[in-house]
Design a protein around this ligand. Structure first.
Ligand SMILES: C[S@@+](CC[C@H](N)C(=O)[O-])C[C@H]1O[C@@H](n2cnc3c(N)ncnc32)[C@H](O)[C@@H]1O
Length: 235
């Protein structure tokens, strides 16, 4: 098969893998790493949050600590099984989600917006638009486009608990769109997993255009690295 037409996601290793190649067991063992602590002013006590792609609830559980009411959506029942029952858990595809209700914050984390398929990227943002309150906001996390364009094979990060290496890498243009295919290898103790994925690097202008097309105002960066953005529905 043409390498650029292979599935967008695969994964290997102990335990089950999600549709997007994530290891359930790896996420179950992972610890919250402070990802949303700098966004705390957006998650005041009582804020209703829709966490899209909540996995095992690493972010959802932190949102509970903040005093938010949290609805978590994932299409992996195995992931959702590890989410606290204090989170309302919805087993569904984000693309087709239609809960008929609106939330103060819709959270689209983990670079889901960088999905290699433009139809899916648009469906994710359309789902966010369907569920955000008129006074609310979408908060999303994108992948670092510069890093996707320049990352090399080799060690990516090391801690006493987890090491991550880039073990395969290919960059291509598919139907005129830049695409990066990468395999990461995670080692925790005696266990190892791989996660292979295809993503598109998105510049801020592309993110802004995608949001504008779905009725959002221009996004505002929430961090110095410019990976987290907030966008309000256009009035
Ligand atoms: C990289 S994990 C991140 C999990 C969690 N947000 C965190 O930060 O720990 C991505 C999660 O999104 C879920 N996911 C990916 N695409 C999805 C889709 N189209 N619909 C529902 N869930 C999806 C996966 O099953 C997985 O649990």
């Amino acid at each position: 098969m043409d390498a650029t037409r292979e599935p967008h996601f695969t994964g290997t290793g102990p335990g089950s893998q999600t549709h997007d190649g994530c290891s359930v067991e790896l996420y179950r063992r992972a610890r919250y790493a402070g990802e949303i602590d700098h966004l705390r002013s957006h998650f005041l006590a009582g804020t209703s949050v829709l966490d899209l792609g909540c996995g095992t609830g690493l972010l959802a559980h932190r949102l509970l600590d903040f005093g938010c009411t949290v609805t978590g959506v994932d299409n992996s029942a195995e992931m959702l099984a590890h989410v606290s029952d204090r989170v309302r858990r919805i087993h569904a595809d984000i693309e087709r989600l239609d809960l008929g209700e609106r939330f103060d914050v819709v959270l689209l984390p983990s670079g889901l917006i960088n999905h290699a398929d433009a139809t899916v990227r648009r469906a994710f943002i359309a789902a966010a638009a369907r569920h955000v309150a008129p006074h609310g906001q979408l908060i999303l996390q994108c992948q670092d486009a510069h890093w996707l364009r320049t990352a090399a094979l080799g060690p990516l990060s090391r801690s006493s608990e987890l090491s991550i290496d880039v073990t395969a890498l290919a960059r291509a243009t598919v139907d005129g769109i830049e695409q990066v295919r990468m395999t990461l290898r995670y080692v925790m103790g005696d266990d190892a997993w791989t996660h292979a994925f295809a993503l598109v690097p998105l510049d801020e202008a592309e993110i802004a255009a995608l949001l504008r097309d779905h009725g959002f105002d221009a996004p505002v960066a929430l961090d110095d690295a410019r990976r987290w953005f907030a966008a309000k529905p256009r009035r």
